[in-house]
Design a protein around this ligand. Structure first.
Ligand SMILES: Nc1nc2c(ncn2[C@@H]2O[C@H](COP(=O)(O)OP(=O)(O)OP(=O)(O)O)[C@@H](O)[C@H]2O)c(=O)[nH]1
Ligand SMILES: [Mg+2]
Length: 340
């Protein structure tokens, strides 16, 4: 017997999945929106249907370019996505835009509000804009965003853009689910002044100094030069690609073609070196482990066998009489009925 984790029988609650999968694969936008809502749901029967759906579409995913876009509040992300998005859809691409940050955590408007700011793009049949679910936790949104991305790929979108706000930990989550990370910067100021953490700059494969127009143009060029110098001191994360710095103006629509060229050059370089596929494989495994971690915690929380022990352990840990590591080990042993 092979050790396969595939489940041949589809459970009753998953009955709606095959029909929905077919509609998603046919490019039906309403079905895509419903499918994303299904994977975002925490109801157990929805979760089972979502699993069946994801398994059904999986063979039809993987061909898209997955881009992360980040930048401090006000740097021009929404304006950029509208401008860049329009420029690539007019070149025949199909673009899906997803957001990672729960709207409650965002300083500016949520991507939902952005739908009005991304007016032209939102109306384009070759673009699909999906706000992040309100009230969700960061970890939860990041998990569902990966799945939403797969669904968009299955629906025929060949560029998946995941937006995040550039000030917190969500950047790492986004870098872990995308092929290439774009960081938007404003003219002038160092990272700290821009409210961008150093670690986020190090994640970037392409840095874009936006607002390179009018009175800000020269300063944008200087800022780009500063970042080029700073990047020269960093070790690139893959040998096949040295992060680059470009200037652009999302407002004036300048620099969009050059950005797309760099994205294609990046993909060609990483495909050539084998890093493209290797990174995807590593990301898939990381994803498995992170789901496994979440799943196990959930299982422990809801295991009846663990409940009395959990309550007692929490009280003792809170009162400082039991070391947390010891408590955790005992709970794990009780849940799995193992001895060490
Ligand atoms: N001059 C100039 N202004 C720009 C450019 N891009 C964006 N802006 C302006 O910068 C302001 C912020 O732009 P947004 O696109 O909303 O920025 P954001 O990064 O999405 O902001 P948050 O959603 O709050 O994080 C707006 O007033 C834009 O018009 C640009 O290329 N040049
Ligand atoms: Mg915005």
């Amino acid at each position: 017997m092979t050790a396969s984790v595939r489940r041949p029988a589809v459970s009753k609650s998953a009955d709606r999945a095959p029909a929905l999968a077919d509609r998603v694969l046919g490019g039906d936008r309403r079905a895509l929106a419903q499918a994303i809502t299904l994977v975002e749901s925490t109801r157990p029967d929805h979760r089972r249907a979502a699993d069946a759906l994801l398994e059904a579409v999986m063979p039809h995913t993987g061909a898209a370019i997955r881009l992360g876009v980040s930048g401090a509040p006000g740097v021009g992300k929404s304006t950029f996505i509208e401008c860049f998005g329009n420029s690539i859809v007019t070149r025949g691409r199909r673009l899906a835009v997803l957001a990672v940050d729960p709207s409650s955590r965002r300083s500016g408007g949520s991507i939902l509000g952005d739908k009005t700011r991304m007016e032209t793009l939102a109306r384009n049949p070759n673009a699909f804009i999906r706000p992040s679910p309100a009230g969700a936790t960061l970890g939860g949104v990041a998990r569902r965003t990966r799945e939403a991305g797969l669904l968009c790929e299955a629906a025929g979108f060949d560029v998946i853009l995941v937006e995040t706000v550039g000030v917190g930990q969500s950047e790492t989550a986004v870098a872990e689910m995308t092929d290439m990370f774009l960081l938007l910067l404003a003219p002038g100021g160092g990272d700290e002044l821009q409210g961008v953490k150093r670690g986020i700059v190090e994640l970037a494969d392409l840095l874009l100094v936006n607002k390179a127009d009018g009175a800000l143009r020269e300063q944008a060029d200087r800022t780009a030069g500063d970042y080029r110098n700073a990047l020269a001191l960093l070790r690139p994360s893959v040998a096949a690609w040295t992060p680059q710095v470009l200037t652009c103006s999302a407002l004036a629509g300048d620099g969009m073609a050059a950005i797309w060229d760099r994205i294609e050059a990046y993909r060609a370089a990483l495909r050539e070196s084998g890093d493209w596929a290797a990174r995807r494989r590593a990301q898939a495994l990381d994803w498995l482990w992170s789901e496994l971690g979440e799943g196990l915690i959930e299982a422990v929380r809801s295991a009846p066998r663990a409940r009395p022990l959990l309550e007692a352990a929490q009280a003792e840990v809170r009162d400082g009489v039991l070391p947390p590591a010891v408590a955790a080990r005992r709970i794990v042993q009780a849940v799995f009925q193992t001895e060490d």
